[in-house]
Design a protein around this ligand. Structure first.
Ligand code: ATP
Ligand code: MG
Ligand code: MG
Length: 361
C-alpha cells in the first residue's frame, strides 16, 4: 500500500506484530465493540491478510465500512467442510470427505472414505497443523486421542489421502468490478505439510490444465462475490484437478510475485480492495521461492546470485515456524536451474532445491 500512497492502520492483538513495523498498530480485542467502531470510522476499506479473523467480527464491520473480501467468503474459507462443499457445487472435484464430530462418526467415515486418509480440524489449521494421517484402522484410536478434543470445539473432517502427481496453486485476484486475473500457475512442494518450495510458471503444465484450473478459480470467486487476492490449492492426479483448499488472502505460494511478476499479489490485493485498476499479473521470467522454516539460514548464497531476493520476517526462531523466504528469479528455466544449483550447494540445502532442479532440467 505504501508506494501507492495509501496509509494503513493494522489491527492486531499482539504488540510485536510484524505489521506494526510499517503501519500504525492498533491493538484491539476482536470482541471490543467500541474499538471496532472507532477503527471503522478511521478507514475507507478493511481487509485482512490472516484467514482466522473471526468472520462475525468482519460481518459487524461490514455494517459500518467496506470489507473485502466479504465476510461470507471468509466464513466459507475458514471451514474445510463448507469449502469442499462449495468446490463440488461449483464443479471442482475434491478428495472424498466426511464430517466427523464423534468417535463413531470417525469409524463410519473411515469405512465410507477408505484408508489411507487424513483427519483434519475443520477450522484454524495451517501449515499441516491439526492433522492426523491414518494408514490402518488401528490408527483410529491415536487419531481420536490427537484430535478428539478439537472435534468437540470445531468439528473435524476426514479426507481421502490423494496420491497426487503434483500440487499446484492458482493465485488469483478479482476486482470490485468483477475483473478477474490470475498469475501463472505455481507448482508447490510441501514437507511435513509445510510449503517448502514453489516454482512459477509451473513447468510442464499443459494449456488445457492451466485453463481448467483458472476456470475453477474464476467460478469459485464469482460464486462468492469475492474481491481481493486468494489462492486455490489443487492436487493433480492423472491429469485431473482436485480442490484441496482455498486461502482467502495473499498466499505463501504467491510470494514469488513480489520480484517475479509485473505486479505482486500484495499490490493487486490492495488495488482490488480499493477499486483501483488491477496490475499486470504476467511473470517476468521464471522464479523459485524457498521457505525458511524454523530459523533463517545464511543469506550470502542467495544474495550473491543475480536476481536473488531475501525476506526475513523478523520472527523469533521456532521449530516448524515460517520465519522468512527467498526468491530466485531468472530470465528462463535453464538459468533458474543453474542458480538453484548454486544456491542449494551454497546453503547446504541441496534437498530443498532438488525437486525444482529436477523439473527444470
Ligand atoms: P496451509 O498452510 O496451506 O493453509 P493447511 O494446514 O491448511 O495448510 P492442507 O493444505 O490441508 O493444510 O494440507 C497441507 C499439505 O498436506 C497439502 O498441501 C498436501 O501436501 C498435504 N495434504 C493435505 N491433504 C491431503 C490429502 N487429502 N491427500 C494428500 N495430501 C494431502
Ligand atoms: Mg490452509
Ligand atoms: Mg494448504
Amino acid at each position: 500500500a505504501a508506494p501507492l500512497g495509501i496509509r494503513t492502520l493494522a489491527v492486531d492483538a499482539s504488540a510485536d506484530a510484524c505489521a506494526g513495523q510499517v503501519a500504525e498498530l492498533l491493538i484491539a480485542g476482536w470482541s471490543d465493540e467500541a474499538a471496532l467502531a472507532d477503527f471503522a470510522r478511521r478507514v475507507d476499506a478493511v481487509t485482512f491478510d490472516f484467514e482466522n479473523v473471526p468472520a462475525a467480527t468482519a460481518e459487524r464491520l461490514a455494517g459500518q465500512v467496506a470489507v473485502h473480501p466479504n465476510p461470507q467468503a471468509l466464513a466459507v474459507a475458514q471451514d474445510r467442510l463448507a469449502e469442499k462443499t462449495l468446490f463440488r457445487e461449483s464443479g471442482l472435484d475434491t478428495p472424498g470427505f466426511a464430517a466427523v464430530d464423534t468417535r463413531d462418526d470417525l469409524v463410519a467415515a473411515v469405512e465410507r472414505i477408505g484408508l489411507p486418509a487424513i483427519l483434519k480440524t475443520r477450522r484454524l489449521g495451517y501449515d499441516g497443523k491439526g492433522q492426523f494421517r491414518l494408514k490402518t484402522a488401528a490408527d483410529i484410536d491415536a487419531a481420536w486421542a490427537a484430535l478428539g478434543e478439537a472435534a468437540a470445539k470445531h468439528g473435524l473432517i476426514l479426507e481421502a489421502f490423494v496420491p497426487f502427481d503434483r500440487e499446484l496453486s492458482v493465485v488469483a485476484v478479482r476486482g470490485r468490478d468483477g475483473e478477474f486475473r490470475t498469475w501463472p500457475l505455481t507448482r508447490n512442494w510441501h514437507v511435513d505439510g509445510v510449503l517448502s518450495l514453489s516454482l512459477a510458471p509451473a513447468p510442464g503444465t499443459s494449456d488445457a490444465l492451466e485453463q481448467a484450473a483458472v476456470a475453477q478459480a474464476k467460478a469459485i470467486a464469482e460464486r462468492l462475490g469475492y474481491v481481493g487476492v486468494f489462492a486455490l490449492e489443487l492436487f493433480v492426479r492423472g491429469g485431473e484437478l482436485l480442490g484441496n483448499e482455498m486461502a482467502p488472502r495473499v498466499h505463501n505460494s504467491g510470494h514469488w510475485t513480489i520480484e517475479g511478476a509485473h505486479t505482486s499479489q500484495f499490490e493487486n490485493h490492495i488495488r482490488a480492495v480499493l477499486g483501483l485498476p488491477l496490475g499486470d499479473t504476467g511473470a517476468r521470467g521464471a522464479s523459485a521461492m524457498l521457505n525458511w522454516i524454523g530459523e533463517m539460514p545464511d543469506p550470502a548464497p542467495v544474495l550473491s546470485v543475480a536476481d536473488g531476493h531475501w525476506h526475513d520476517y523478523g520472527k523469533e526462531a521456532r521449530p516448524g515456524r515460517k520465519v522468512g523466504h527467498a526468491t530466485i528469479c531468472a530470465s528462463d528455466a535453464g538459468s533458474l536451474r543453474a542458480k538453484l544449483v548454486e544456491v542449494g550447494s551454497g546453503l547446504g540445502r541441496e534437498a530443498q532445491v532438488a525437486p525444482a532442479i529436477e523439473v527444470l532440467g
